[in-house]
Design a protein around this ligand. Structure first.
Ligand SMILES: [Zn+2]
Length: 367
C-alpha cells in the first residue's frame, strides 16, 4: 500500500486538445493500473464540485512561491475566456501551450497535489507522490513546453522550509529548465538533469557549462539515439556523487518517461528497466522524496513506467507481468521491455560529458 499518493480528477481537464501529444489518458491508465496494486489516491480538494467549502483557493497562494502574481492572474483570466493580456507574451498563444477554458483549475489541481505531497514530506513522511505533476518547463512569468505552473519548483520551495539543502533530480528526456532557472544561483537547491542535448531537442538549454554561481546546477546532456545502458551509466556516474557531495537532505524526483525509446517526442533509447534502475538508485539514498511525474507521450510505455516507479519507490513488490485484462487491452504484457541488442550508442559523447563534469564541476559541489 502506497500512502501519501495525491491525485485529483481535475487534472484530467489539463487537456490542450485532440491533436496535442499530452493526453490525459496516460494518467488515467496509470491510475487504473496502480489501483490493481491497492494504490488509493488522496484528493487535495480542488474545484467547487469536489468540496464546496474549499474551491482550492488555499492553493493559489502556493503558486506565488515561484510565479509572479501578474502571471497567475493572466492564467486565471484566460482560463475564464477573458483575454486581458497578450497570450503570446505569457507563452500561452497557439503552439505548445495554448490557453484553454478551465486551464487555471486544471493546472492548480496538479500543483495542489504536489503541494500536499511536499508538505507531507516536510512534515516527516519518507515519501509522497504527485504523479500528475512534474511540469518542469514553466517559468516565473511564462508558460512553456506544455507547462503552465511549475509545481516541481513549488515542491522545492516547500521543502526548504524544513530542510537546508534540497536536490532536484530530473530524468525526463527534456532539460528541466524551469526548475534550473528558478534556483540557478540558490545555494540551497541542487538541480540535476540528465537529458537529450539542446541541439536536437526542446528547450535547447541544459549544456554542461550551466553550473550556477554556487555550482548547484548539474546538467548531463547526451546525444539523440543514445541507448539506455549509456544513459544509465552517465546517470550513475554523476548524479549520485553530486547529490552526496552537496549533502542533500531531501529530494524532489521528476519522473519524466519520455526517455523511453518508443516515445514520439524524444530520441533517447531507454528501456523501462534502464530508466527504473535510475529510480531504484534514487530510492537507495534513503532520503525523503517527493515524487512527481513529467513528460511521456507513448500510451503503452507511460503507465507501466510510472506505476513501476511508484511501486518501487514505495517499497512494494510486484511481478513483471501486468494483470492480463489490462495487458491485453493496452498491448502492454510486462512492465519491462524485451532486451535489445544494439547498445552502447552515444557512449563516446556521454563519456566526454561525464569526464568533464567529474573533473571540473562535481568537485566544486558542496564546498
Ligand atoms: Zn519531457
Amino acid at each position: 500500500m502506497l500512502s501519501n499518493f495525491f491525485h485529483s480528477n481535475y487534472i484530467s481537464m489539463y487537456d490542450f486538445g485532440p491533436q496535442h501529444p499530452l493526453k490525459p489518458v496516460r494518467l488515467a491508465r496509470t491510475m487504473e493500473l496502480l489501483n490493481r496494486y491497492g494504490v488509493e489516491s488522496v484528493d487535495p480538494g480542488i474545484g467547487s464540485d469536489v468540496n464546496e467549502f474549499d474551491p482550492g483557493l488555499r492553493f493559489e497562494k502556493e503558486l506565488l512561491r515561484v510565479h509572479d502574481a501578474e502571471y497567475v492572474e493572466v492564467v486565471k483570466a484566460l482560463s475564464l475566456g477573458q483575454v486581458t493580456a497578450d497570450p503570446y507574451q505569457y507563452g500561452l498563444a497557439k503552439g505548445d501551450t495554448p490557453h484553454f477554458r478551465g486551464m487555471f483549475d486544471a493546472a492548480l489541481a496538479y500543483t495542489a497535489c504536489t503541494v500536499e505531497a511536499a508538505k507531507r514530506v516536510a512534515a516527516g513522511a519518507p515519501i509522497a507522490f504527485a504523479i500528475g505533476g512534474g511540469l518542469h518547463h514553466a517559468h516565473r512569468n511564462r508558460a512553456s513546453g506544455f507547462c503552465v505552473f511549475n509545481d516541481a519548483s513549488v515542491a522545492c520551495d516547500i521543502l526548504l522550509e524544513k530542510f537546508d539543502r534540497v536536490a532536484y533530480v530530473d530524468i525526463d528526456v527534456h532539460h528541466g529548465d524551469g526548475v534550473q532557472w528558478m534556483f540557478f544561483d540558490d545555494p540551497r537547491v541542487l538541480t540535476c538533469s540528465i537529458h537529450e542535448e539542446g541541439r536536437t531537442l526542446f528547450p535547447g538549454t541544459g549544456g554542461l557549462h550551466e553550473t550556477g554561481a554556487a555550482h548547484t546546477s548539474l546538467n548531463v546532456p547526451i546525444q539523440a539515439r543514445t541507448t539506455g545502458d549509456v544513459w544509465l551509466s552517465a546517470f550513475l556516474r554523476t548524479i549520485p556523487l553530486a547529490v552526496e557531495k552537496f549533502g542533500a537532505q531531501a529530494i524532489v524526483l521528476q519522473l519524466g518517461t519520455d526517455t523511453h525509446e518508443a516515445d514520439p517526442l524524444g530520441h533517447v533509447r531507454c528501456r523501462q528497466q534502464d530508466w527504473l534502475a535510475a529510480v531504484r538508485e534514487v530510492a537507495s539514498w534513503k532520503l525523503p522524496i517527493v515524487a512527481v511525474g513529467g513528460g511521456g507521450y507513448n500510451l503503452t510505455t507511460v503507465p507501466r513506467m510510472w506505476a513501476s516507479a511508484c511501486l518501487t519507490l514505495g517499497g512494494q513488490e510486484f511481478d513483471d507481468r501486468i494483470p492480463k485484462d489490462l495487458a491485453d487491452k493496452w498491448n502492454m504484457p510486462t512492465f519491462s521491455d524485451a532486451p535489445s541488442e544494439t547498445r552502447e550508442i552515444g557512449k563516446e559523447y556521454a563519456d566526454g560529458v561525464v569526464d568533464w563534469l567529474l573533473e571540473n564541476h562535481v568537485p566544486q559541489i558542496g564546498r
